[in-house]
Design a protein around this ligand. Structure first.
Ligand code: CTP
Ligand SMILES: C[C@](O)(CO)[C@H](O)COP(=O)(O)O
Length: 240
């Protein structure tokens, strides 16, 4: 199955509190958005990248490595992440056939390694109907509260933090997100829409560097983790 990518990048980064939306902050010499897109294009199976940005976004056109990239398509973002993703899926559906996988990846997660992307795509192409979600297991003890303030401890061996990329068949995902939104489901990730339709995605363990950059501390942590990665040398041999 061919693969396209949807990058929701139409947020304002309120929790980051920066002068510009966080996807345009600089990380290791490039914007966070460019880092995330280039990470996806490292696998040649990704044929096209649909980036959802606010219609009045004044920054994207200056990202010339992206706005001039032959595989990148700009689409209008929406009022929510789910709406931005839906706009991207609809644009992709108009250009790609029914046997297409949609990989959705937050612009705010620049730490996607080629190793993990390869594993995610391999898994998704083996069992496309289930889809695959990058995730990390919960390590802390987790508590759940109810509206009465009662606290319950969860079995953390059964709990994961869902990240992105999340990969599903394009048509099935578009249908699921439209139906879940219409049913009033709080669609905060693509898997929740697919689960609403009865699909149980495969969770694939991801690295901590893939955490979402939400607040200033996240940027410090992700930059430190990426700097600690082995860097390829001229002869291509990696060293730490
Ligand atoms: N209407 C929206 C809101 C968010 N996003 C994107 O969804 C991803 C994850 O969302 P989040 O981390 O919440 O980003 P923001 O909404 O920008 O952050 P905040 O909630 O702090 O404003 C980000 O890449 C963001 O740009 C989007 O495409 N469209
Ligand atoms: C999709 C996601 O990154 C999975 O953890 C997360 O749900 C996005 O949440 P946000 O509030 O839109 O950042």
């Amino acid at each position: 199955m061919s693969v396209i990518a949807i990058i929701p990048a139409a947020g304002i980064g309120q929790r980051m509190g920066a002068e510009v939306p966080k996807q345009y902050l600089t990380l290791l010499g490039k914007s966070i958005l460019e880092q995330s897109v280039l990470a996806l294009l490292a696998d040649t199976r990704v044929q096209q990248v649909f980036i959802a940005v606010q219609p009045d976004d004044p920054y994207f056109s200056a990202q010339t490595n992206l706005s001039n990239h032959p595989q990148v398509v700009r689409v209008p973002g929406g009022a929510s992440r789910a709406q931005s993703v839906l706009h991207g899926l609809a644009a992709a559906q108009a250009l790609h056939g029914p046997d297409t996988l949609a990989l959705v990846h937050d612009a705010a997660r620049p730490g996607l390694s080629k190793k993990l992307l390869t594993a995610l795509l391999d898994q998704a192409q083996q069992v496309p109907e289930r889809g695959v979600v990058a995730a990390v297991p919960a390590w802390d003890t987790l508590k759940q509260t109810n509206k009465h303030g009662q606290v319950q401890t969860l079995d953390r061996s059964l709990v994961w933090h869902a990240f992105t990329p999340q990969i599903f068949p394009l048509q099935a995902l578009l249908d699921a997100m439209m139906k879940a939104e219409r049913a009033g489901v709080n669609v905060t990730d693509e898997a929740s829409a697919m689960e609403f339709m009865g699909v149980s995605p495969i969770l694939l363990e991801a690295e901590q560097q893939l955490r979402k950059i939400t607040c200033p501390d996240d940027l410090i942590m992700v930059e430190a983790l990426l700097k600690a990665q082995p860097q390829p040398t001229e002869n291509g041999v990696e060293h730490s």
